[in-house]
Each structure stands twice: as structure tokens, then as C-alpha cells.
Design a protein around this ligand. Structure first.
Ligand code: ZN
Length: 358
């Protein structure tokens, strides 16, 4: 079968061995799969990602010198179940799944593995127990967004944000837009979104942001007072003395740019909770004393739970989340390498989907 393969830090189209479903596994046809920021980074810097994973406790999980087939944001169609299957889902059924498959007695990541193909192949394997049928006639192109959107649901849940808080999203790429979608679904207001790209600001507005800021023209941190939060320690004391309530503030860092956490510490009101969702892949510096003076809270979040994944699929299928503003192009497997190139320089693209079958 045809697959887009990462080989020696390049993407090549080649034929690879047809996967075969073992016990508990299901062979699926890849219908559509999104290109993720992590795919872009792993294409060029897999050695670094492997080393960072090892330091984070993942062991020797990936060998950068061997082939990898990316693709973890997919919608697929069941071809056949492995031997002894107990699944009620029939061949032809469209499905999504968290990107894991049990193989050789351990969980392999679908889309970042030396052992199993990801969804930038014509066919790949999933675990039958993890399959979720695509409900309600949801188009495959939108079902494939469940994985990146679930990241937003998780970050919002982990943030512990309260109804009276001001939510600010820094960076409106797919991660930031997923945050906006999750806050909107939770009925949160106001959602303040910042991005340098006009296309991403437009997408943020369509996803439900109430205030959209171009940081090249307008300092997002100049807005706190208007939004209802005392912007400095001194102001906070004055407000408290005057019996004026100050709203809590939560800033979601969704850009992963070096220096950004410190800029948020500098600009955000005292006692702001900063939730880091964007992956900065290099050492970064903060000045703890400023965070200390302002009693800033800092936390980091990753991925999603099975429940958040299923709930996000439900929200897409019921129309509570409209994934359309995220998708800026759909390309064939032959054009996928070029799409990776396009995404590596900021432009009008947000999420590009690949159709491995076409
Ligand atoms: Zn992803």
C-alpha cells in the first residue's frame, strides 16, 4: 500500500507492507487525516523529540533512524476485524479513535511509531476496543478534528476556570482554536483571543471568541481593566478598598513560543492562572520573582482523557462545535509533503487535511 513516510528527516511516498489485523485489532481504511504541528516538528527534529520523551519518562519509545508514518488526527472506515473479534461495528462503518493501538503486548502510538503505520497510509490498524462510530452523519473531514479539538476540552477542564473568569487565548493556531471551541461549548464569556495572523484571528472569531486582538497593534494586557480585572497589585488594592470586585483571569498559552510565558507573567493581572498548552521545544527563561510578587499560578497540560475525546465527538456531531473554520485545505497523499512545507511558514493556513485514498 502507499504511505507517506518520514525517512531520514524527509517525507517520501513509498509502498510499504500491508498491515494485518491481529487479535483485538481492526484494519481500517484511512479516509482523512489532519497534519498536526507535532508532525511538523517531528519531521525535522525527531531526535530531539525522542530525547525529550526519554527524559520525561517514556523510555526508548522511538528510533529516529527508522521509518515513521505520521497521522494521528484521522477518520477511518472499518475493513475487517482481527480473529476472535467481539466488536459490534461492521465493515464499512466510519470510526474515530484515540491514536493508540495495542500491538505486541504494549500500546503503540498511531502516527508516531516504528512498528505500526499512522493514518498518512492507505490502511492502518486500530484497537477494536477503542473504536468510536462516527455519529449523526458527521462528515469525515469534521470527525477527523476530534483529536485536536479534544486537546481544548482537556485544557479547559484542567484549568479549573470559573464562570466569572476572563479567558485569554494567546495564539490561535489549531490548539488555540480548540481552546476557544471548548470554552464556547462550556458557555464561557468573555473569550479574548490574540494572534498576529489575520486568517487565524478571523478563524478565532468564527469559533466564538468575543474579543479578538492583533498584538502587533494592540497590547492584549492593556485590556484587563476594561474586561473587569484589576491589572496591577496597586490597582487590586485600590479596587479592594473601594469594594470593587476584580474578576479572576486565566491565560492559555497556545503558541509555544520562547519568552512568551515571561511576557504573560509580566502583563497579566496578579493571581492569574497561566495554562501552558503550546509546546515550546527549547529551554526557556522565566523570572520567578515577578511571578512570585504577583502570585502567578503556572500549570502545564497535555492531550485528553477518553471521556473528553468522546464528549468532543458528541459536541461535533450535535453541532455544538463547528470545526469548519479550522480546515483551510484538503490535499491528496501526493501533495501532503508540499502541505507540510506550507504549514512550516506562518500564513493563511490553519489545519490542512490529507485524503490518503484520493
Ligand atoms: Zn495532533
Amino acid at each position: 500500500m502507499r504511505a507517506l513516510i518520514r525517512r531520514k528527516a524527509q517525507l517520501v511516498l513509498d509502498d510499504v507492507a500491508e498491515p494485518e489485523a491481529g487479535r483485538g485489532q481492526t484494519l481500517v481504511k484511512s479516509l482523512v487525516c489532519g497534519i498536526c504541528g507535532s508532525d511538523l516538528h517531528q519531521l525535522h527534529h525527531l531526535e530531539h523529540v525522542a530525547a525529550a520523551g526519554k527524559r520525561s519518562g517514556l523510555g526508548d519509545w522511538i528510533d529516529p533512524n527508522r521509518d515513521v508514518i505520521f497521522g494521528h488526527e484521522f477518520c477511518a472506515e472499518i475493513i475487517e476485524h482481527g480473529p476472535g473479534s467481539t466488536s459490534k461495528l461492521k465493515p464499512g462503518q466510519r470510526v474515530v479513535s484515540m491514536p493508540f493501538v495495542m500491538a505486541g503486548g504494549k500500546a503503540e502510538w498511531v502516527g508516531i511509531s516504528n512498528h505500526v503505520p499512522g493514518a498518512f497510509a492507505e490502511r492502518f490498524l486500530l484497537s477494536e476496543d477503542f473504536l468510536l462510530p462516527v455519529p449523526n452523519g458527521l462528515p469525515s473531514e469534521h470527525a477527523a478534528l476530534v483529536e485536536p479539538l479534544a486537546v481544548g476540552a482537556h485544557a479547559v477542564a484542567e484549568s479549573g476556570i470559573t464562570r466569572d473568569a476572563i479567558a485569554m487565548i494567546i495564539g490561535c493556531g489549531p490548539v488555540g482554536l480548540a481552546l476557544i471551541a471548548a470554552l464556547k461549548v462550556a458557555g464561557h464569556e468573555p473569550i479574548v483571543a490574540c494572534d498576529f495572523s489575520p486568517a487565524r484571528r478571523a478563524a478565532a472569531e468564527k469559533m466564538g471568541a468575543h474579543v479578538v486582538i492583533d498584538p502587533s497593534k494592540d497590547d492584549p494586557h492593556a485590556r484587563w481593566e476594561t474586561l473587569g480585572a484589576a491589572p496591577t497589585l496597586l490597582e487590586q488594592m485600590k479596587w479592594a478598598a473601594a469594594g470593587r470586585a476584580s474578576k479572576p483571569s486565566v491565560v492559555f498559552e497556545c503558541a509555544g513560543a520562547p519568552g512568551l510565558i515571561q511576557r504573560i507573567i509580566d502583563g497579566a493581572p496578579p493571581k492569574t492562572r497561566i495554562v501552558v498548552v503550546g509546546a515550546c521545544m527549547q529551554p526557556d527563561t522565566i523570572e520567578p520573582v515577578i511571578a512570585l510578587n504577583k502570585q502567578i499560578e503556572l500549570r502545564f497540560v497535555l492531550a485528553y482523557t477518553a471521556g473528553e475525546f468522546a464528549a468532543t465527538l458528541h459536541n461535533l456531531a450535535e453541532g455544538h462545535i463547528d470545526g469548519a473554520p479550522l480546515v483551510t485545505d484538503i490535499v491528496s497523499l501526493e501533495s501532503a509533503a508540499e502541505a507540510f512545507n506550507r504549514l512550516s511558514t506562518p500564513g493563511a493556513d490553519v489545519k490542512i487535511l490529507v485524503r490518503p485514498g484520493s
